[in-house]
Ligand binder design. Structure first.
Ligand SMILES: *Cc1c(COP(=O)(O)O)cnc(C)c1O
Length: 405
């Protein structure tokens, strides 16, 4: 038996030295690194989105938000929390970009904002979406939760739309267990964000204490040995029970905690940030080598960046030809401890627990490309702990499936 479990995404490994004293200036340091004007540190990416939506509500009477049909369920929960109406946009074929033609049909005078989303470190088309949205008086919120450190034309993602945010949650690049960064290039919107922040966010000692304990647990367990009990065992248990939504952690709590981030975790994040650029470079170099290996397989499609964009590489998003082929690859690998998994299991209408957050007519049949993307995609971690031998084992399973089909 092999008591080793690799994480499904290459998060920056925390270190006990991050507990040493230091400046509690995480937001400023991230802002300096990425040239973001006056970013706000939040207690999660979801909290950042809640603040962003609240700020936009103060700018316009419109009350509909367009989001990708395939995205993190927390995005929909944030829209519902703000008492806004969600409208789902299909994806472009074989991609996570919003389908511009569908988007154009969805926009009317009720639409407040649209949320293009950078998935898995890959850079989404925001410029095209923003041109379309701005022409019709719609704000653009860039969901860069999974793309801290990604760039488009030499500029950090998140700055091409009106408002952007990153997530600092466990497993997402730089982590303080739960956290987020919220920013805008527009001074007027920054003032609105600051106002919403100050109105919605309070100190909460209970949440601060819990998150500090969780951060210490994360520091102790985010390694191949610790992840076996902390991530691998619950994963296996959920899969045995046939609960894929729980297996990937898509079963989110409805309550969205809104509180400040304690100095302790800011100091820890500030220390870890010093290691992040080198980690991004290391994982990018590993990704380039492994992309070349994946290319030799044929019969599959690995998501990459368009020219001019330089994303980060937490994992590979691999599209197989059919759902059956995807499952044939995934089933033997999901519980092998090699960081092979899935991103979000469903399009949003297919999560039973989210139906009351959507209009009653919402159906995954209305967003066929998104449904297809969910059905044919799986992920391979780009953690440095995945050795060349481990990666070879994954390639062998894919080859075998392709030989048999
Ligand atoms: C994780 C995630 C969020 C929410 O971020 P949290 O920090 O977990 O609250 C939003 N959007 C996407 C695409 C995500 O992956």
């Amino acid at each position: 038996m092999n008591y080793r479990e690799l994480p499904p995404t290459a998060g920056l490994p925390p270190s006990w030295r991050d507990l040493l004293p230091g400046p509690a200036t995480l937001a400023q340091a991230l802002g300096d690194w990425l040239h973001l004007p006056e970013p706000l540190l939040t207690c999660s990416g979801t909290a950042a989105l809640v603040i962003a939506l609240d700020a936009l509500k103060s700018q316009s009477p419109r009350r509909v938000v367009i989001l990708p049909a395939y995205t993190c369920p927390l995005v929909l929960l944030a829209v519902a929390h703000c008492q806004l109406e969600a409208r789902l946009c299909d994806l472009a074929p074989d991609h996570f970009d919003l389908d511009p033609a569908h988007l154009a049909r969805l926009i009317d005078d009720d639409v407040l904002a649209v949320i293009p989303t950078h998935l898995g470190g890959r850079v989404a088309d925001v410029a095209g979406i923003t041109a379309l949205a701005h022409a019709l008086g719609v704000f653009v919120i860039e969901d860069a939760a999974q793309a801290l450190g990604a760039e488009s034309e030499g500029t950090s993602v998140g700055l091409a739309g009106d408002i952007g945010f990153f997530s600092l949650a466990a497993g997402k690049g730089l982590s303080i267990f739960e956290g987020g960064l919220l920013f805008s290039r527009d001074a007027g919107l920054r003032a609105a964000l600051r106002q919403s922040h100050d109105r919605l966010i309070q100190r909460d000692w209970q949440w601060s204490g819990l998150r500090l304990l969780q951060m210490l647990g994360y520091t102790a367990l985010y390694n191949p040995r610790g992840l076996y009990p902390a991530y691998g065992q619950p994963l296996r248990q959920s899969l045995e029970q046939g609960d894929k939504v729980a297996a990937v952690g898509d079963d989110f709590d409805r309550d969205i905690p809104l509180h400040t981030v304690s100095r302790w975790r800011q100091v820890m994040g500030r220390h870890a940030l010093a290691r992040l650029p080198a980690f991004i470079a290391q994982t990018r170099a590993q990704a380039e080598r492994r992309l070349a290996q994946l290319d030799t397989l044929g019969g599959l499609h690995v998501m990459r960046d368009a020219n001019g964009n330089t994303g980060t590489w937490p994992f590979f998003m691999v599209l197989m030809k059919t759902e059956a082929e995807r499952d044939a690859v995934l089933n033997p690998l999901w519980t092998r401890g090699l960081g092979v998994s899935r991103l979000f299991i469903h399009t949003l209408p297919d999560y039973d627990y989210l139906t009351d957050c959507l209009p009653p007519t919402a159906s995954s049949q209305d967003t066929p490309h998104a449904r297809d993307f969910a059905a044919r995609m799986f992920t391979i971690t780009n953690s440095p702990w995945l050795s060349d031998d481990d990666f070879g084992e994954i390639l062998a399973v894919i080859r075998k499936v392709q030989a048999g089909s």
